[in-house]
Design a binder for this molecule. Structure first.
Ligand code: CAO
Length: 434
């Protein structure tokens, strides 16, 4: 039997270390290396292990005390020879000069003695009582609990502590907050994991070329829309045989130098007529998503392919303009676009955009809404097709239409009715006069 003094070891020239937790009381049996108390400096929290096994004879510290190297913690009456033989070794093991940052270990259930020892600290009482009702009780110092509370973190939700014996450290709280923030951002539609970086030169010769400014900005905008809008694309086709015959006849009347009328102009007029009938297509959702802003003007954006990328000049007040005027304006704006001479004002204020690939080909595609507009009309190449008229197949010129809409604003049935209206106007353009 021997009486061993347990003292604060060398903690690296730090004085006045806070005693934040005392896990023993006089009379307790302790094992070699059992944690007796938790000390905390500005930078780290450290367990103070026992350098002897036996019975705690006297305790010299309490939570809230400040201690320095050499301060007496407790006296232990050793129970056997073996424990004292290990004292020297244990003291060196016990030296907590480095903050303990071990791999996560399962959180230990607070011992009965610990429960009694911490009974004076309301926060720790909470921890101990939690162990009796839940399988997980956060094992953390009051300072870490305070830190978590300041950040609004429920410490019970931190299931893994990286401190000694699973103790939750400040860094664990910080990492928990980072994780929750990252998940929140991912759920709101951004912050998705980045694409992996691939070194293509490993596979063959390559050349790097910077994207044009337009391509970069368009890319950012398209990604933002793709992530923020729940979009649906509805496909249909319309018989434009009569419309095409009229267009060819009109162009035949024109002089060689006059601007030709393309089918797109009729599509623009039909679209605006349908928007007058279905005002929700000429609207935008307010930024807070609570209101629909209806527009009383009818401006149509036309996606134009240019050597530098896609731009969308806007034709204004389409409802008040005729086919010839609109043809001249489209020719002028698409030329300006290709020459890179559009001004920002030329591209603002659109209500719906048309993306026409008809001059190139295609049978269908899924254009992306030019938000904050709520819909975009895609057009691909019209083709002669055999259509059953009830008695026989007849050749008709069929134009494919693809309507993508923001499903927060437009219901599926509304989308289908809207396209049915566009089809009515294009199928019989006399209706545009009504
Ligand atoms: N079906 C069949 N032929 C079509 C057609 C269609 N849907 N649309 C156009 N055409 C024909 C035109 O009649 C014209 O024929 P002619 O040369 O015999 O007169 C020819 O294709 C070329 O038309 P165009 O493209 O010059 O004229 P447009 O009014 O149809 O289109 C514009 C104007 C500015 C939209 C177009 O020039 C353009 O830039 N298209 C690319 C659009 C684009 O890149 N969209 C983005 C897709 S990603 O969202």
């Amino acid at each position: 039997m021997a009486l061993i003094e347990i003292k604060v070891p060398d903690v690296g020239n730090v004085e006045n270390i806070d005693v934040v937790e005392v896990l023993i009381k006089a009379g307790d049996q302790v094992k070699l290396e059992q944690t007796l108390a938790v000390l905390e400096t500005d930078k780290a929290s450290m367990d103070l292990p026992s350098s002897a096994a036996g019975t705690i004879q006297e305790l010299f510290i309490k939570p809230g005390d400040k201690v320095s190297e050499g301060a007496l913690i407790a006296t232990v009456l050793t129970s056997d020879e073996a424990s004292t033989q290990n004292v020297a070794e244990a003291v060196s093991v016990a030296k907590p000069a480095e903050p303990v940052q071990q791999a996560a270990a399962p959180v230990e259930k607070a011992s009965e003695s610990a429960a009694q020892a911490v009974a004076a600290t309301p926060e720790l009482k909470l921890e101990v009582s939690a162990t009796s009702t839940s399988t997980h009780a956060a094992h953390a110092t009051p300072a870490v609990r305070l830190f978590a509370r300041e950040l609004g973190v429920d410490i019970q939700k931190i299931t893994v502590g990286t401190g000694r014996k699973g103790r939750i450290l400040k860094d664990d709280v910080k990492n928990f907050v980072k994780k929750v923030m990252a998940e929140g951002i991912a759920q709101s539609g951004s912050g998705i994991p980045p694409m992996p970086v691939v070194d293509f030169s490993k596979f063959g010769a390559i050349e790097e070329v910077n994207l044009s400014k337009i391509k970069r900005l368009t890319g950012q905008n398209l990604s933002r829309v793709w992530l923020n809008l729940p979009m649906v694309t509805y496909h249909d086709e319309v018989d434009i045989t009569e419309m095409e015959a009229f267009r060819v006849a009109l162009n035949g009347e024109k002089s060689k130098d006059a601007v030709k009328i393309t089918g797109l102009i009729f599509i623009i007029k039909a679209l605006v007529a349908a928007m007058e009938q279905f005002p929700q297509f000429n609207a935008s959702l307010s930024a807070d998503g609570e209101k629909l802003i209806f527009k009383k003007y009818f401006n149509i954006g036309i996606a134009v392919d240019t050597p530098n990328g896609l731009v969308v000049p806007v034709l204004r007040d389409v409802n008040r303009k005729g086919i010839n005027e609109l043809s001249a304006e489209l020719a002028e704006k698409s030329n300006k676009a290709r020459l890179g001479k559009l001004m920002p004002a030329d591209m603002q204020g659109g209500c719906i955009t048309i993306s026409s690939l008809g001059g190139i080909g295609g049978t269908a595609f899924t254009p992306i809404v030019n938000a904050p507009e709520v819909a975009i009309l895609g057009v691909t190449r019209a083709r002669m097709q055999p259509v059953w008229d009830g008695k026989e197949f007849v050749p008709r010129l069929m134009l494919p239409l693809d309507l993508t809409y923001d499903h927060r604003v437009i219901d599926g049935a509304e989308g289908a009715r809207f396209i049915a209206a566009v089809k009515q106007y294009l199928g019989d353009i006399r209706r545009l006069l009504l």
